[in-house]
Design a protein around this ligand. Structure first.
Ligand code: ZN
Length: 115
């Protein structure tokens, strides 16, 4: 026991309870994210169906567009590097907002991110 009411730190029971609580929170967060991904997959599927039915796009068109987008960051790896898109391609400065249509520094046209 420590003098003046000081504690030696959390007990093993407290550590165990804290770990269990953190694990429950992580499981809940994963469940929430799974739900959001399912919702987005459903919405994307519906949008693609409309694009095919009303505008005549094909699955091949989609595959080619995905390949072009994948290559835009200089690496064909199935991922889009957001980091490289945060910089202006003309002056190299970091964009101020993800929704910018042009660079705030040099005026170069930008593609809005995450839209
Ligand atoms: Zn710029």
């Amino acid at each position: 026991m420590f003098p003046w009411g000081m504690r030696a730190g959390p007990s093993s029971v407290e550590v165990d309870l804290e770990a269990r609580s953190a694990a429950r929170s992580a499981v809940t967060e994963v469940d929430n994210l799974r739900g959001r991904v399912r919702t987005l997959e459903f919405a994307l599927g519906a949008l693609w169906l409309l694009m095919k039915e009303r505008h005549g796009y094909t699955d091949q068109d989609l595959a080619e567009a995905i390949a072009r987008l994948d290559a835009e960051d200089g690496k064909i790896d199935g991922e889009i590097s957001v980091e490289s898109q945060l910089e202006c391609p003309q002056c190299g400065r970091r964009r101020l907002t993800r929704a910018s249509l042009k660079c705030s520094y040099c005026g170069a046209p930008l593609t809005p991110l995450g839209m």
